[in-house]
Design a protein around this ligand. Structure first.
Ligand code: CA
Length: 232
């Protein structure tokens, strides 16, 4: 079945333009120009990914992203006219999975959407199901699920990528640079610190006490490592 993409952009021409390119690439497209409606549509229609313009007239895109992160793990690709690095970083810190700066090539947008969905999809030729910390955490790569003490956690593609990478070699320290490149699959120089906000969101979902984590450990000056060992 074709993946469904929700396009949230108030400029009608641009919205239709994005829609036509995504449809041509085989996606089913829903669209709205309202941030408030976007939140409702995510809950009601459960699209697979959202393309979100930050400059919306009713609810700012930043607010939409923040509110959605509290209730949904939908992948978010931010569209921003704000070229300043700080603005882009802030978007990623809200828990978005990637961003595209206007003006953008529609081909680039489609490629980014496909890349995010691929990251979120079943991993090819992976280890299968692995258990950590005496069964406390189970990562099922083919099904792309993680369960904590039997309860599934809903992770965004970026959060999932970080966790699976750290779990590849438990205990090994992964630098922020290494994590972001593994997770995004391409060079992402200068954005290492956006990893920290994704780790924060991830900890909220899988740690008993996110304030004093025991699963994803911060290594000062180094990066992050998994605090659980893999079960035999
Ligand atoms: Ca706009």
């Amino acid at each position: 079945m074709a993946a469904t993409v929700l396009v949230v952009e108030d400029e009608r021409k641009l919205r239709d333009f994005i829609r036509s390119y995504l449809e041509r690439a085989g996606f089913t497209v829903l669209s709205t120009g309202s941030g408030a409606e976007a939140i409702t549509m995510v809950t009601a229609a459960e699209p697979d990914l959202m393309v979100l313009d930050l400059g919306l007239p009713d609810v700012p895109g930043e607010t939409v992203a923040r509110e959605l992160r509290a209730i949904s793990a939908i992948p978010i690709l931010i569209l921003t006219a704000k070229a300043a690095e700080e603005d882009r970083i802030r978007g990623l810190e809200l828990g978005a999975d990637d961003y595209v700066t206007k003006p953008f090539s529609p081909r680039e947008l489609v490629l980014r959407v496909q890349a995010i969905l691929r990251r979120g999809g079943p991993a090819a030729a992976q280890q299968g199901v692995a258990s950590y910390g005496g069964g406390a955490m189970v990562i099922d790569e083919p099904r792309r699920t993680v369960t904590m003490n039997g309860t599934p956690a809903q992770l965004t593609p970026t959060e999932w990528g970080i966790l699976v990478t750290l779990a590849t070699v438990p205990g090994r320290v992964y630098s922020r640079f290494e994590l972001i490149n593994k997770v995004r699959g391409y060079e992402f120089e200068g954005y290492e610190r956006t990893i920290d906000s994704h780790v924060k969101n991830l900890r909220r979902k899988i740690e008993d006490d996110p304030g004093s984590p025991h699963i994803i450990l911060t290594v000062l000056g180094g990066g992050y490592r998994l605090g659980l060992t893999r079960d035999e």
